[in-house]
Design a protein around this ligand. Sequence first.
Ligand code: DLL
Length: 430
Amino acid sequence: MSAEGVLPRELEQLDALRATQLQRLKATIRSAWQEVPYYRAALDQAGVMPDDLQELSDLSKFPFTTKDTLRETYPYGLFAVPKEKIARIHASSGTTGKPTVVGYTAADMAVWAELMARAFRATGARPGDVVHNAIPYGLFTGGLGWHAGAERFGAAIVPASGGATERHVQLIGDLSPDILIATPSYMLVIADALAAHGVTPDACSLRLAYFGAEPCSEAMRSEIEAHLGVEAYDSYGLSEVIGPGVAQELPGDRGHLVIWEDCFWPEIIDPETGAVLPDGEMGELVLTTLAKEAMPILRYRTRDRTRLMPGKDSPLRRLERIAGRTDDMIMVRGVNVFPSQIEEVLAADPVLAPHYVVEVSRPDRLDQLKVRVECRAAIDGDDGAALARRTEVHLRNVLGVSAKVVIEAPGTIERSSGKAKRIVDLRAKE
Ligand code: DLL
């Protein structure tokens, strides 16, 4: 299956798609300018008016929106409709500073559900499938976003939410779901728990899985697929532009996610200069909503690193699997280190488990990188030391800086039922 047959017919041709995008982009900019004082001021300051957008490429003249913009306008400052038209409000957890708030009209919620339904349609889900949704519900957009999509698609949704792993094991055993939705790290936790209860991949009812909300390497996906006996697909999205439902990996095209371009206009920029980069180049993804009433967002800097690829079997361009976030980059003794590089090294060693934490500290004014990683089976002292040394050599070769490796016993690294916390930067506190 592909994106073909998933998109509204009139959008299956490139010309029609571009025409729709231009028309929607003009309407979005006009609405932002007319209804949102923040945007009116930002456009004024950048010296642009809505009419300055005549072509899609004219968007590069318009200012960016960032997470800070959402904080500065907290809570309702970016809403473009009166409060009576708001049907749903979500918020970030606000672990660092003020939370950020996003809103939806009833029409926005219908669009969102439809985008989520496309994920099911395009990946071989069948109406009547039982969907076990282990993405956290609540203020986070993940749980309810997938929930609405499954309903719209015509599946039977089990709103299990995150956490309480034993309950997932019981529900999966008793209700025989066909589909599992979770963050990739939590999928592995569920897989381990099922295995501990003697449920083999063959005996497990699951056929399909959707993961997202955090990066997932190919090695981690293979692990998910092997341990659960599923085909697992990557889904990308972020609350500021809608929630999950921005881009979806489809069968036969691993590592690439089709962007639902009729609703979002993607750009890739150089994160340092803000300049728009040509398709194919690695940079920061910037998204503009094309069909959002309550909270149109212009040129939102996602901080996610990826590249744009041409469409395959459809005019919709694709994102390469997210390579990490620009703000996840750790500067260690002047060298840029990305968590995805560390994960690659760890994943290449079959003795190591995909559970790890990277700690950065500065004990004697010198940055130190410590990687705590679990081994799959208990290991004795000498073997553990040899494994640590071997991993340190690999890391040094790939990263260009040395890192201390600590091999932990199976099950000792803290598990998360949502997004796993991989980086602990202790430097600010020292
Ligand atoms: O994580 C929405 C979501 C929920 C997507 C469930 C998919 C599944 P936020 O909490 O706003 O929204 O976090 C958005 O998470 O900018 C990325 O850094 C990261 N992210 C989301 N999906 C992926 C993915 C949800 N498939 C932020 N791969 C984004 C890598 C992802 N990173």
